[in-house]
Design a protein around this ligand. Structure first.
Ligand code: SAH
Length: 218
């Protein structure tokens, strides 16, 4: 870890607690989810030039026109998953790896797919540094999920498809839950719970994610 990182690490406790308080104020109530977020140093998922803004409740750029999601939405989506007590979780859109690290603190097995190789490489290093040994990363177009490793008790999509692909729903275990933003210019956070052959859909709140794209970037 660079001296710069350590400096932030030492001074950030109060700043991190302030973020946790803000998440509580916005309605995040699960102590386990709040603890998991408090545990993950968000600044190491950002370039040094942006690290000082890591504990603000805003989305921040991570390169390649992609963003590290706003802590509130990471917390909200994680809390929705947590409510269903999944053991095995699939994440689409590893990005910086921040959401992956939060998931690793809460769930037994985490599978995460990213289409941009350089983002995935950096995420892998950070997750190794944080000793997140229960995450398995894959460089691929995750639009159709990762069927070979399924079914999953939980699926979280961190880039917005225009509609949830049927292939993805098929990878949900019975009583499994999928959380995804859906839409183009206007997006809504959607929760889908599988009950046998039925899929119960709940629309939650307006969100703003980068789009789910197809193909891979080497
Ligand atoms: N969870 C991330 C958010 C990253 S933004 C974080 O905490 O940093 C969304 C990510 O989804 C981007 O990295 C983007 O490259 C990725 N993505 C978009 N479409 C994808 C696809 N079809 N398969 C896999 N990853 C995809």
């Amino acid at each position: 870890m660079s001296a710069h990182m350590q400096g932030i690490g030492m001074t950030s406790r109060r700043t991190r607690l302030r973020l946790i308080q803000r998440l509580k104020d916005k309605g995040i109530s699960s102590p386990q989810v709040l603890d998991a977020i408090a545990e993950v140093p968000r600044h190491i998922f950002l370039d040094e030039a942006l690290a000082h803004r890591a504990y603000e409740d805003t989305a921040l750029p991570i390169g390649h026109n992609q963003t590290l999601s706003q802590p509130y939405i990471v917390a909200r989506m994680t809390e929705l998953l947590y409510g269903h007590q999944p053991k095995k979780v699939l994440e689409l859109g590893t990005g910086s790896g921040y959401q992956t690290a939060v998931l690793c603190n809460l769930f037994a097995e985490v599978f995460s797919v990213e289409r941009i190789k350089s983002l995935q490489d950096r995420a892998r290093e950070r997750l190794r540094d944080l000793k997140c040994r229960n995450a398995v990363l894959r460089h691929a177009d995750g639009g159709m999920g990762w069927p070979e490793r399924g079914p999953y008790d939980g699926i979280i999509v961190t880039a917005a498809p225009t509609e949830v692909p049927t292939e993805l729903l098929q990878q949900l275990a019975d009583n499994g839950v999928l959380i995804s933003p859906v839409g183009a210019e206007r997006q809504i956070l959607v929760q889908i719970v599988r009950r046998g052959d039925r899929f119960e859909r709940t629309e939650l709140e307006a969100v703003k994610f980068v789009p789910l794209l197809s193909g891979v970037v080497r």
